[in-house]
Design a protein. Sequence first.
Length: 378
Amino acid sequence: MTPLRILFVFRAPVGGLFRQVIDLIRYQSRSGHQIGIICDSLTGGARALELFEELGPMCPLGIHRMPMHRNPHPSDLTNIRAIAAIVREKNVDVLHGHGSKGGLYARIDAAFRRSGPIRAYTPHGGSFNYEPGTLIHSAYMLVERFLERGTDVFTFESQYIANRFYTECGKTDRLVHVTLNGLYPHEFEPRQTIANPTDILFIGELRAAKGIDMLLQALSRLRQQGKPITTTIIGGGPDEGLLRAMVLDLGIHDQVIFTGPMVGSEGLKRGRIMVVPSRAESLPYIVLEAVGAQVPLITTNVGGIPEIVGPDYDWMIASGDLEGLVRLLHQAIDSSADDLAARSLRLATRARSIFDVEKMAADIVVAYREAIEARIRA
């Protein structure tokens, strides 16, 4: 088949969204497709620069960075014009927007006039994570419904996000593919911890949606009960200062280590048991990576996490359930190493049969080609 010219558009080169884009680039480049990237120049730091250097040879359409803001901003108009110029210059076949901002940039002009490249859209939570009924949620859903007009194919990364879209925006007559994020075979090998890991591990962005404040409250409660639990918190974000202050206020500063951002595979070595106390998620890569690496896991029942661990996983609690988190931390800390290993192996075995990176990437190329055929027939 004729190779495609594919341009990915997204905001921040960090986290699970960026991980999926990298996986797609590696597969699509190896399959002969011509790839390019458009993303934010304000975020990502040194780690993003390292990854872009690695991706450069795989991206003959270029890596284009420009200032992008999470919320609506006057620079959006400038960026939309700049992206349109790049699309014309590179003669792009597929413009694939990831996340709310990437989805806006990729589809806005097609919402007014259906022409040019195929427009694919993969939501990653974003606008769908706001509380239903709030003004900001209503505004974002209005935008999502409008941008549907400029969409040729949705590639949802979890059934959860697909269901959220249907609930908030209604059924769509556009092409839909649910293409679950995946792992490479080597990511299903058991991790080896560092010499002196902490009891508990958290990895993620330090912001309210991740529920880290609830984890800290649980650690304080357990300390009062005579069970001080050591914890490593890996990541950065807007609430880091507040969380550090909370650690001091709760009197658990001698139990908690903040490391800053770290590569996921390295971070997973830093603690015996991973806790994901999130209030909102889509299909988080870090949970998938932890399950693949056979890290014992306590999590909240939010977003697509039940798709990873199964709907009946017994170390999964409702969002905000502090008492449940305290109870599960007790159980986990008191479990033997053999019990933890057996539990983790069951999760990894289940995930291996479902989450395959090569299948994910191949299915998305199939989605592109179906959209191209549908455009030709229209």
